[in-house]
Ligand binder design. Structure first.
Ligand SMILES: Nc1ncnc2c1ncn2[C@@H]1O[C@H](COP(=O)(O)OP(=O)(O)OP(=O)(O)O)[C@@H](O)[C@H]1O
Ligand SMILES: [Mg+2]
Length: 281
């Protein structure tokens, strides 16, 4: 069987960019709004999390969201994913109102969101299974993403048998099988060591450069937001809304050492850290 293998190697291979064209986002209209959020309100009892919140994300854009713990980043992603309903306002994707989860959006959760009782293959297939895709089609798509994410040989492993970085790749593979228009990522690399984190950032960018799907990526790391994003949005506390919205004009493809040590990277870091400092006052 193509997904059966012997002993896994200790380190996962790199993600493959060779088959990326297979899942290029179709009918992409780079530069036009894909996501439009207007006047969004969301509260938990008397805890107002979002008040008259606005955000627009263009098709093909990689937007990073920063903000202190509890400011509402996960809540916002859950709203966009259609997992919770707002108390007021509008959310449109491609001009259509968001009324629940949809195959146009994939979410990578803060804690990976893997099922411990399912194998890697079972986890990656899950997103297609719930959509009623037939077994052969979903297996083919899952195996393609597993290969792409450098997890070949680990198909029959359970999440508990994988490192944190590898579990993260399983979550990414599951998200990519849906070929989403919008990929929502909630601190996907927060739980891995710095070296693995920078490695995964580069792997994610490699895939993104090829498929150019639209991404909303939540992180606590300013460096990560700068390195990955086309735009960094800073959310303020206590439903204060967007405190800073900065276009990241660093050239692509980003190259770890070159990009991170460039003068422009330093300027942008300074500019956004000032906004974050203001947000803490
Ligand atoms: N299911 C829930 N029930 C009640 N309150 C909630 C619920 N989920 C979130 N909250 C509250 O909403 C606010 C925003 O939470 P959220 O998880 O969106 O923050 P966050 O910005 O993602 O934080 P972190 O950076 O720590 O992940 C917090 O005050 C939190 O306590
Ligand atoms: Mg969160």
């Amino acid at each position: 069987m193509p997904y059966e293998s012997g002993m896994p190697s200790t380190s996962p291979g790199t993600m493959s960019a060779t088959s990326l064209n297979e899942s290029k986002v179709e009918n992409r209209r780079t530069g036009e709004p894909l996501l439009e959020i207007r006047n969004l309100d969301l509260s938990y009892a008397d805890n107002i999390v979002l008040r008259r919140f606005d955000l627009t994300v263009d098709e093909g854009q990689f937007v990073c969201l920063l903000g202190r713990s509890g400011c509402g980043k996960t809540t916002l992603l859950n709203l966009i994913a259609g997992l919770i309903r707002p108390h007021g306002g509008h959310m449109l994707i491609d001009g259509k109102a968001i009324s629940g989860p949809g195959s146009d959006r994939s979410m990578v959760f803060q804690n990976y969101g893997l099922f411990p009782w399912r194998t890697v293959l079972g986890n990656v297939e899950f997103g297609l299974e719930v959509r009623g895709i037939d077994r052969a089609t979903r297996r083919e798509a899952a195996l393609r993403e597993i290969r792409r994410l450098g997890l070949a040989g680990f198909e029959r492993h359970y999440p508990g048998q994988l490192s944190g970085g590898m579990q993260q790749r399983v979550a990414l593979a599951r998200a990519f099988t849906k070929n989403p228009r919008l990929l929502l990522m909630d601190e996907p690399f927060a739980a891995v060591d710095l070296q693995t984190r920078e490695f995964l950032q580069d792997e994610l960018l490699k895939i993104w450069e090829a498929i150019r799907t639209t991404v909303v990526f939540v992180t606590h790391s300013l460096e990560e937001a700068l390195y990955l994003g086309d735009r960094v949005v800073v959310l303020g506390p206590r439903a204060a809304g967007i405190q800073a919205n900065v276009r990241i004009d660093l050239p692509r493809p980003r190259q770890s050492n070159v990009t991170r040590s460039s003068a422009r990277f330093g300027e942008l870091r300074y500019q956004i850290s000032e906004a974050l400092r203001g947000e803490l006052q």
